[in-house]
Ligand binder design. Structure first.
Ligand SMILES: Nc1ncnc2c1ncn2[C@@H]1O[C@H](COP(=O)(O)OP(=O)(O)OP(=O)(O)O)[C@@H](O)[C@H]1O
Length: 224
């Protein structure tokens, strides 16, 4: 009984959250000619958000388009920025995630529209470098947008990528090895589960995400 009530509440919230979240990405989709939308942040017939004051709130233990936090299904949005593509570092960066044992579930190359870049970095819109950041991401040299999956991929992804300012990045990280300037720091990685949910839903439709098991999976993703 409780489960049924919960399910119908969740379904209703799902419909609301799709409506509440679909406007900005829809604009991005038009200018990109891509199928994009935060609607993708809702998985299956179950809602993952309650809509309160127009702000999505993640329900505990919920599975989103970013998988389930802290499990092997966790996903992160990783983007090689235009400088990484132009400097032909794509293969090296992809190898780092592959060799660590993570699973590539989506990859595409595109030049984002200003609307998409602005939505992606919306939390930085009041910062003085925001205009330059959007210009850099939308320069015309493409980005490589990816979704990687596996246990702790969000936190591990941030470690692989390194600190925002290359001066403070661990020398073994991507930014620590290849970047010099904060304004040309090569790569983006989701910094939380909520951010991964927003970003994967913004850049990818759920149908673009593959489900498969690499042959090495059980040799990497196990705690016994
Ligand atoms: N002071 C700055 N000057 C110029 N660009 C900056 C500055 N601070 C941040 N940026 C740019 O904005 C991006 C987003 O900044 P944020 O503080 O979210 O860091 P981040 O989470 O490490 O980066 P990203 O979101 O790209 O992974 C940075 O990666 C960098 O490209």
């Amino acid at each position: 009984m409780f489960a049924n009530t919960l399910r119908s509440t969740l379904r209703a919230a799902s419909r609301s959250s799709v409506r509440a979240l679909s406007t900005a990405p829809a604009k991005a989709a038009v200018s990109n000619g891509l199928t994009l939308g935060l609607a993708g942040a809702v998985v299956g017939s179950y809602a993952v958000y309650q809509v309160s004051m127009n702000k999505p709130v993640l329900l505990e233990g919920a599975k989103t388009i970013a998988g389930e936090k802290g499990t092997v299904s966790e996903r992160s949005f990783i983007m090689i920025k235009p400088d990484g593509v132009s400097r032909q570092l794509v293969g090296k960066i992809v190898s780092r995630f592959e060799e660590r044992g993570y699973k590539l579930v989506a990859i595409k190359s595109l030049t984002p529209s200003p609307a998409l870049a602005q939505e992606h970095y919306s939390d930085l819109s009041s910062r003085p470098f925001f205009g330059g950041l959007v210009k850099y991401i939308t320069s015309g040299t493409p980005v490589v947008a990816m979704v990687w999956e596996g246990k702790d991929v969000i936190r591990q992804g941030r470690r692989i990528v390194g600190a925002t300012n290359p001066l403070e990045s661990d020398p073994g990280s991507v930014r620590g090895q290849y970047a010099v300037s904060v304004g040309r720091n090569l790569i983006h990685a989701s910094d939380s589960f909520d951010a991964a949910t927003k970003e994967i839903g913004l850049w990818f439709a759920e149908t673009e995400l593959s489900q498969y098991e690499p042959t090495t999976w059980n040799w990497v993703m196990a705690d016994n």
